[in-house]
Design a protein around this ligand. Structure first.
Ligand code: SF4
Length: 322
């Protein structure tokens, strides 16, 4: 029940996160989790948009300025320097160079790469708010709204890390299993593997996807797959909460209950309840469920991605998150 996708997944990344000295001050922002751990699974496609537009290393700092013409990226010392359009254009070029990426990891607090809650200034230099987005990141996310994206700084949060990596693996799986040549059979097979994982993330999304898959074979497959993918990625963007995981495990337990002894059923219920109460991490009930699953000859159940949406070696389900 290890994740089915074994080859490295192409992922875009802010180049400074890999330890490359491309920052405005000639430094870098190497992220050890990304370079030492995730590099076993991700094939990084590094981009430094500020270098690519010719600002050089080192360079004078730039920042986001809220103006009547929208948010601009301007020089801190030289306000006549405005690189808003140049940075946005690099996003177009980056996606053209690497159409195969299945995720993007941005450096936080960058007027180019910051993806969330970036500080904006007024034209008089005073702080305005934290509602900005880096010009390169904003354009890239607008061009590819289904692409899983995250900031490196936020990946220290166990829940955000689990969710982002889950989405990257799922998107890669979609590309390999369905998108290369969509057919009704491929779509049905894909969803039959993800059903319980989606249930853990978002029950309304699970129900909507079930209705969509029921139309396979009776409507245009390309249109159906596009709607499916949008609904699927949106559903996965919701975190698989303790409540959602418990609900899903109770459904899965239903397949096993007739095959287990009274004491085994009792033990399983107790362990799932301990997880629901926040006493143990997800890996504990999952390990027991998977132990019993081995006793059952049920390929449908065994193929569920819920068991391992990402490599178990990452230990992402060992954290006691809610
Ligand atoms: S945050 Fe982006 S623009 Fe800034 S140094 Fe890193 S890769 Fe380059």
């Amino acid at each position: 029940m290890e994740t089915a996708v074994q080859e490295k997944i192409p992922v875009g990344i802010s180049e400074c996160l890999l330890g490359e000295p491309v920052r405005f001050d000639g430094g870098h922002k190497r992220n050890r989790f990304l370079t030492d751990v995730m590099s076993q699974y991700f094939e990084y496609r590094p981009v430094c948009p500020e270098v690519l537009i010719g600002l050089g290393i080192p360079r004078k700092p730039i920042r986001l300025v809220a103006t009547d013409n929208g948010t601009r990226v301007r020089g801190v010392e030289n306000e006549a320097l405005d690189v808003t359009e140049a940075l946005a254009a690099e996003a177009d070029k980056a996606l053209a160079r690497m159409p195969d990426i299945c995720g993007y990891i941005f450096m936080q607090n960058s007027p180019s790469c910051g993806a969330f809650r970036m500080k904006r200034y007024r034209e008089n230099g005073y702080p305005q708010d934290n509602d900005g987005v880096g010009a390169y990141a904003e354009r890239l996310m607008a061009l590819h709204p289904l692409l899983p994206v995250e900031e490196a700084g936020r990946l220290t949060d166990a829940g955000l890390r689990d969710n982002f990596i889950t989405r990257v693996f799922a998107y890669q799986d979609w590309k390999q299993s369905v998108a290369f040549e969509p057919t009704p059979a491929r779509l049905v097979d894909f969803y039959s593997r993800y059903k319980y994982q989606v249930m853990a993330h978002h029950v309304p999304g699970y129900q909507a996807l079930g209705r969509l898959v029921a139309k396979a074979g009776a409507t245009n497959i390309d249109t159906l797959c596009q709607t499916f993918l949008e609904t699927f990625m949106e559903a996965l963007s919701h975190h698989a909460t303790r409540k959602g995981n418990t609900n899903t495990m109770m459904h899965l337990r239903g397949y096993l209950s007739d095959l287990l002894s009274g004491s085994e059923n009792e033990e399983l219920s107790e362990v799932i309840e301990s997880y629901r109460q926040g006493e143990v991490p997800l890996v504990v009930p999952l390990t027991l469920l998977k132990h019993y699953l081995r006793k059952v000859d049920n390929p449908y159940l065994q193929r569920q991605t819920f068991w391992a949406p990402h490599p178990e070696k990452l230990g992402l389900r060992n954290a006691n998150v809610s």
